[in-house]
Design a binder for this molecule. Structure first.
Ligand SMILES: *Cc1c(COP(=O)(O)O)cnc(C)c1O
Length: 207
């Protein structure tokens, strides 16, 4: 990871790895970690130092908000309107604003969640979410070894973000979270400001 430009933020994705492994990375200086399952997220937050910046990067069911929203610096994976509305209600009830990324659906895989470009535009133009701060976009490229397909996904989300910035006044909307262990250098060339790297840091996961 030594070639990472200093302005790009590294999220160390620690899912499925024990607290001791996270602590080792923490002691080496890493302070930003990502988890994708609410229960595991909450347990690790409770067990680890308070100055960690936790990102939630997985599918979040609306009945699990209390495990995640009190502790997450950034919820990267707002993948449905239903979830966004639940986060708004949660914040409205508590007078709390949640920082989020909107997840753009990329690639052809049916199983992957995410919002359409149209849905994202409608959200950003609406004033229905005073307890949500929109910080940018997140995307998961198609899971393939074909670099041209991944590059097309990254190009699309990069262009969409530029287009939104040009047309809408979005003061806080600066982040682009794309790129994982195998494709982060390509993501950085396509404007990534956040990369989410798991196995390249912690080794393979056993699942
Ligand atoms: C697991 C995961 C990553 C990290 O994947 P690696 O290939 O291990 O780097 C990144 N983003 C999300 C959303 C993930 O679930």
């Amino acid at each position: 990871m030594s070639e990472l430009p200093p302005e790009v933020k590294l999220v160390a994705v620690s899912k499925f790895h024990p607290v001791e492994d996270i602590l080792a990375a923490y002691n080496a200086g890493q302070r930003r970690f990502g988890e994708n399952r609410p229960q595991e997220f909450a347990a690790k937050v409770a067990a680890l130092p308070g100055d960690i910046e936790w990102h939630f990067i997985g599918h979040l069911q609306t009945n699990k908000l209390k495990l995640v929203l009190p502790y997450a610096s950034l919820v990267e994976s707002i993948d449905s309107l239903r979830l966004l509305e639940a986060v708004e209600r949660w914040g409205s009830d508590r007078g709390k604003v949640t920082d989020v990324l909107l997840e753009l659906h990329l690639g052809a895989e049916e199983t992957k969640g995410g919002l359409t470009e149209r849905e994202i535009e409608d959200i950003l133009m609406s004033d229905s979410y005073p307890h949500v701060r929109f910080r940018g976009l997140m995307g998961m490229a198609t899971n393939t070894d074909d670099v041209s397909v991944v590059e097309a996904d990254f190009s699309r989300i990069e262009a969409f973000k530029k287009n939104l910035e040009e047309r809408l006044a979005l003061p806080d909307f600066s982040e682009l979270s794309i790129g994982m262990s195998h494709d982060w250098p390509l993501a950085v060339r396509h404007g990534a400001t956040i990369i989410r790297v798991g196995s390249a840091i912690f080794g393979p996961r056993s699942y």
